[in-house]
Design a protein around this ligand. Structure first.
Ligand SMILES: N[C@@H](CCC(=O)N[C@@H](CS)C(=O)NCC(=O)O)C(=O)O
Length: 215
């Protein structure tokens, strides 16, 4: 059976949400980030990204990873695209062009959005330094978010005029910037797309499980 490694409070949300959309059975192995533990090597510490047993699965020591009947894969965005293509029906690509577009949007989000969006999420907004960090990150996001706004003015989803794994990958990266409301207030199409994606029952179910985990 498919195993998904990684707690819900991590980038594992991407394949976990996707598996929920498909109704794909899987075993969840809740590997936690080592940095969230006081002593990841302590006897009795939960399985974490520095545990020898997990390093055998992913020598990089990052989550998520999957093991699909012996096929081991890392990198959340690649995992979502793989699961969608193999098991996801319309969530995956219908042809090679759609596959390329799903990769394009996933890499666009990873390279042009994720780092600045994470800066927004992690900023201590009540400090001058935090405010400067948010302002800088928001400036960097103007261009990629304008690109998305333009796209969603023409079509409801990223690829093939239907909800796909590309929407999951990109929405879960865009989420990190949600704390900066102005970026969305000025971009109604982007905001409406984000809400379309996150109103889906499979997202809500994933999010409830994430909230049920200790912070
Ligand atoms: N590009 C990777 C990033 C994976 C990553 O950095 N994951 C974090 C959790 S969200 C992690 O495993 N950190 C482990 C650690 O710092 O110990 C992906 O998308 O899967």
């Amino acid at each position: 059976m498919l195993k998904i490694y990684g707690v819900y409070r991590s980038r594992a949300t991407r394949p976990l949400w996707l598996a929920g959309e498909i109704g794909l059975p899987f075993e969840h192995v809740p590997v936690i980030q080592a940095y969230r533990l006081p002593d990841p090597n302590a006897p009795g510490a939960p399985v974490n990204t520095r545990s020898p047993e997990f390093l055998k699965v992913n020598p990089m020591g990052s989550i998520p990873s999957i093991d699909d009947d012996g096929f081991v894969l890392h990198e959340s965005l690649a995992i979502s695209l793989y699961l969608a293509r193999k098991y996801g029906g319309d969530l995956g690509p219908k042809d090679v062009n759609e596959e390329a577009l799903m990769i394009q949007w996933s890499l666009f989000a990873a390279t042009s959005i994720e780092s600045s969006a994470l800066d927004i999420q992690s900023a201590k907004a009540d400090t001058a330094e935090g405010k400067a960090q948010v302002a800088d990150a928001a400036r960097n996001l103007e261009r990629p978010f304008d690109r998305l706004e333009e796209h969603f003015a023409k079509t409801d989803y990223l690829v093939g005029d239907r909800f796909t794994a590309a929407d999951i990958n990109v929405a879960e990266i865009v989420r990190y910037a949600r704390g900066h409301a102005a970026l969305f207030a000025n971009r109604p199409e982007l905001n409406a797309w984000y809400e379309r994606c996150t109103n889906r029952p499979a997202y809500q179910e994933m999010w409830a499980k994430r909230n049920a985990e200790p912070a």
